[in-house]
Design a binder for this molecule. Structure first.
Ligand code: 5GP
Ligand code: ZN
Length: 113
């Protein structure tokens, strides 16, 4: 838990978000600035700054499982989607609470910029 961390505050429901899935350990909510018709963030409720700071990697598997479940729920699983974890400066990470982006609902370019 981190008092002033944005995503900790969303996990504690101090800041509103459109939650699309939740369990004991994780929350999935819509990105406030969507880059695709479906853009959902999956976070652990416990604070971890980035993938580089994870020490117990089972949480990452659970995040992937929730992303796959939300993709089915959102109706994008068959057409396809992308999951991304931007990590530290070169990865383009701006919020330092671990999160997985689930992007879909349109054809996505590769490679990223
Ligand atoms: P990053 O750049 O760290 O990989 O991704 C952070 C994401 O968090 C961005 O896509 C950004 O739009 C999203 N974001 C930032 N602030 C908020 C917020 O207050 N609420 C929600 N739902 N998303 C946010
Ligand atoms: Zn946090």
């Amino acid at each position: 838990m981190s008092d002033n961390c944005l995503f900790c505050r969303i996990a504690r429901r101090e800041i509103p978000a459109t939650v699309v899935a939740e369990d004991e350990h994780l929350m999935a909510f819509r990105d406030v600035s969507p880059q695709a018709p479906v853009h959902v963030l999956v976070i652990p409720k416990a604070h971890v700054a980035s993938l580089d700071d994870v020490r117990e990697f089972s949480i990452v598997g659970r995040m992937a499982e929730m992303a796959a479940s939300v993709a089915r729920q959102e109706g994008i699983a068959e057409r396809g989607y992308r999951v991304v974890m931007n990590t530290n400066a070169d990865g383009g990470q701006t919020v330092f609470h671990l999160h997985l982006h689930l992007l879909g609902g349109r054809s996505l370019d590769w490679p990223p910029g």
